[in-house]
Design a protein. Structure first.
Length: 305
């Protein structure tokens, strides 16, 4: 099934997307997060609601798609360097923060305030960063809690899958001691969605993940090219640490990022960026000038340093 968080007639609702329609779920469910919070009960409830003729079905084109997950108990859990071609393309381009190829997944956190909808504008301010980069990623949301989950059981803990664009500020990413939180956490910069798709509808290893900037394909790879598989990521992340329903994990980006290109390609105001994946739909966003700098005393990142 495909679930979405939408706004229709000014009201936010969770819904089931079927062909070109959305079955709007009861008003108490304002996002997919409310469905996930039901735990295993959601299966029976959805089966019942799909038979309920009193629930409205509305054209998908008449709704506004929102970020499907909008309530977070912790930071978004992120994976770095999870396609070896991406790891290798960055050699010599990490501003002195070079490392050897890792033997286990590389994890970091990203602030939930980054999240925007699948067609929303990405806030852009050149004073915050001179190096705005795109990163197409497959994301998933946990549906069942677990700690130290064996890889063989990991997919039983996934509610569904969707797309994310892990927009990154490369200069901020290098500025703060080699950790990535700051360069990944600028407000209103990570589109997510457009739907949460359950695994039974997807051929996950053969999902083709792509990013287009102003119509040009700059990233294209299959999920099976990941360095560490989704079950392995869940097993490693949950090692001694409980994953909770509603936790979002983004699984890494393939080669082709702007920072590694020669010459480098960074995004600017007015650019149009699309992330798409087989069976998952697409994110379509434009970078729009916004004041993110405010009255800070931090020097502009676009000024000579």
């Amino acid at each position: 099934m495909r679930f979405a968080s939408v706004k229709f007639a000014g009201v936010e609702r969770a819904g089931i997307v079927e062909h070109d329609e959305v079955l709007l779920l009861p008003h108490r469910m304002v996002s997919v997060s409310d469905l996930i919070a039901l735990g295993d009960e959601w299966h029976g409830l959805i089966a019942k609601l799909r038979r309920d003729d009193s629930l409205p079905r509305v054209p998908l084109a008449q709704t506004q798609l929102l970020a499907p997950i909008r309530r977070f108990q912790r930071d978004i859990l992120c994976t770095g360097w999870n396609y070896w071609d991406h790891f290798e393309e960055g050699r010599g381009k990490r501003d002195g923060q070079e490392v050897e190829r890792p033997n286990a997944p590389t994890f970091f956190g990203k602030a939930p305030g980054t999240v925007i909808g699948p067609t929303a504008d990405i806030g852009f301010d050149a004073r915050i960063s001179a190096k705005w980069d795109y990163e197409a990623e497959l994301a998933l949301v946990i549906g069942k809690a677990g700690r130290s989950i064996p890889a063989a059981q990991a997919l039983d803990h996934v509610f569904g899958y969707f797309l994310a664009n892990d927009v990154s500020q490369r200069d901020l990413q290098r500025r703060h001691g080699g950790q990535w939180l700051k360069g990944k956490s600028i407000d209103g910069t990570m589109p997510m969605g457009p739907y949460v798709v359950t695994g039974d509808e997807l051929d996950i290893p053969n999902i083709r993940l792509e990013c287009l900037l102003n119509g040009e394909v700059l990233q294209s790879a299959l999920v099976k090219q990941m360095a560490f598989s989704i079950p392995d990521l869940i097993a490693e992340l949950s090692f001694g640490m409980t994953l909770m329903p509603g936790d979002v994990i983004i699984t890494g980006t393939p080669a082709g990022v702007g920072n590694a290109r020669e010459p480098q390609v960074f995004m600017k105001a007015g650019d149009h960026v699309v992330v798409r994946g087989t069976g998952l739909g697409e994110l379509s966003n434009r970078l729009v000038e916004q004041d993110l700098y405010g009255a800070t005393n931090i020097p502009s990142m676009s000024a000579p340093r």
